[in-house]
Design a protein around this ligand. Structure first.
Ligand code: C2O
Ligand code: CU
Length: 460
């Protein structure tokens, strides 16, 4: 990884001179936080509130980052980088309106560590982007994050410092916020992050199948979270279900579906809701009959069915799922428009021409910022000219999907924070610039991000 971090720095154009002075990597990430190159915004002032909303409470957590040998149920253990010595890190849950206060400490992660709240639109100073919103926390150091749980839904957190390989090695966990009132809560509510570690895929906190006994008729919510760098495919057998939410945001009137595959982009989340039938239900991962979740009806005495071959089930098209409602803003009159072209292209790395994952044939941070003003409606087009999928992720703002390859979204408004731009595709999205600061905008295939497939959205 030293090699690849050097490459990452090499793409940094103007920062190459810092690298030449020695300790270049450290300088890159310890650059005074919060100051855009041209000093536009001071992000460190953009911090969360001190207390919860009326009726809420303060939820305090400590995330101590350290290396640990974590045992796997499948036998053996993995040399992980962890929050609190566990894989995944502690599950953070809150009710809408609570204040979440997390103290991050670093024991021995030499590269430094942060916490980024993936998909959660926190004030910019809480966003955990090293070198932009804060300094990475080095061994012995500490940083306190504070933000209101004002978005209901399924999210996750991970370090943003040297994310590849640090996330893959285990620096991730889940964040779930439940509504305070007005919504019936499911009887069984499972948070299921999928993560691949040294060729072992973990769903939730274990490898292999987990079994839950469920009362027939009970409502069940499965929160699927992809913490890997490539997509996973889920299938739910033996039941009709709804995808109630994508990336934490509820869909409008999602219909019941069955025998359909769910392709979950890197970084993305689906909330799947079903009513438990009186026969078993299996959640299968990547068409592998050995892992996933089995829901067994209480009192059921039959055999668990063999998993069917779900490999040829069609894939749910979220651009045509659910029912439309009027967009909250007029996307045809955008105040700003940006287009980026993603490609594996020749870039200058360590002074030598090298193929790298690029944006407009450049690598971070030598890609010009996208500059917006607060209140702007921003139209953003992503063109993938490469042969690989790029899960595009914007911090601090959900984006509304307008179209994919010219086909307009015709289902429920689809608000996402990560969208999979497959080879050759063009995605058109829009968002409201309502969260001032400087935000990372990057490919969530983390090795691609490390090669420079990242830029910044900066408020003027
Ligand atoms: Cu999930 Cu920039 O990150
Ligand atoms: Cu990519």
């Amino acid at each position: 990884s030293r090699m690849s971090r050097r490459s990452f720095l090499g793409l940094a154009g103007g920062l190459a001179t810092l690298a030449a002075g020695g300790g270049g990597v450290a300088l890159l990430f310890r650059r005074p936080a919060a100051v855009a190159a041209d000093g536009r915004v001071s992000v460190t002032d953009l911090r969360g509130p001190d207390g919860p909303a009326p009726g809420g409470i303060t939820r305090r957590h400590t995330l101590t980052a350290r290396t640990a040998a974590v045992p796997l149920p499948s036998g053996g253990s993995v040399d992980a980088w962890t929050y609190e010595g566990q894989l995944p890190g502690p599950a953070i849950t809150a009710m809408e309106g609570d204040l979440i206060e997390v103290t991050l400490r670093n024991v021995d992660i030499a590269d430094g560590v942060t916490v980024h709240w993936h998909g959660y639109d926190v004030p910019c100073g809480e966003d955990g982007a090293p070198g932009v919103t804060q300094h990475a926390v080095t061994p012995g150091g500490e940083f306190v994050y504070r933000f209101r749980a004002d978005q209901v839904g399924t999210y996750w957190y991970h370090t943003h410092q040297a994310s590849h390989p640090a996330v893959r090695r285990g620096l991730y966990g889940t964040l779930v916020v439940r509504p305070r009132t007005g919504q019936e809560l499911e009887e069984l509510d499972l948070t299921l992050p999928v993560h691949t570690f040294d060729n072992t895929t973990i769903l939730g906190d274990r490898a292999g199948r987990t079994i839950h006994v469920v009362r027939p008729g009970a409502l069940v919510r499965l929160r699927l979270i992809n913490t890997d760098s490539t997509p996973h495919r889920f299938a739910l057998t033996g039941v009709t279900f709804r995808v109630a939410a994508v990336d934490g945001r509820d869909l409008h009137r999602p219909g019941e579906v069955r025998e359909i595959g769910l392709r979950l982009p890197a970084g993305g989340r689906y909330d799947v809701v079903l009513a438990m039938p009186d026969t078993p239900v299996a959640l299968l991962l990547d068409n592998d009959g050995n892992d996933g979740v089995l829901l067994r009806p209480a009192g059921y005495i039959g055999d668990d069915p063999a998993p069917p071959d779900v490999g040829d089930w069609p894939e749910l098209d979220l651009l045509r799922y659910g029912e439309p409602v009027t967009a909250p803003f007029d996307v045809d009159h955008a105040d700003r428009r940006f287009t980026i072209v993603l490609d594996r292209a020749l870039a200058t790395v360590d002074g030598r021409p090298t193929f790298a994952q690029t944006v407009d044939r450049r690598g971070y941070p030598s890609i010009p910022d996208h500059v917006v003003a607060e209140g702007d409606i921003v139209r953003f087009t992503v063109v993938n000219r490469s042969l690989e999928t790029h899960p595009w992720h914007l911090h601090g703002h959900p984006v509304l999907v307008l179209s994919r390859d010219g086909t307009r979204s015709s289902g429920s408004p689809l608000w996402v924070d990560t969208f999979d731009v497959r080879p050759g595709e063009v995605w058109d999205v829009a968002f409201r610039a309502d969260n001032p600061g400087i935000w990372m905008n990057h490919c969530h295939n983390l090795p691609h991000q490390e090669q420079g497939m990242m830029l910044r959205l900066a408020y003027e």
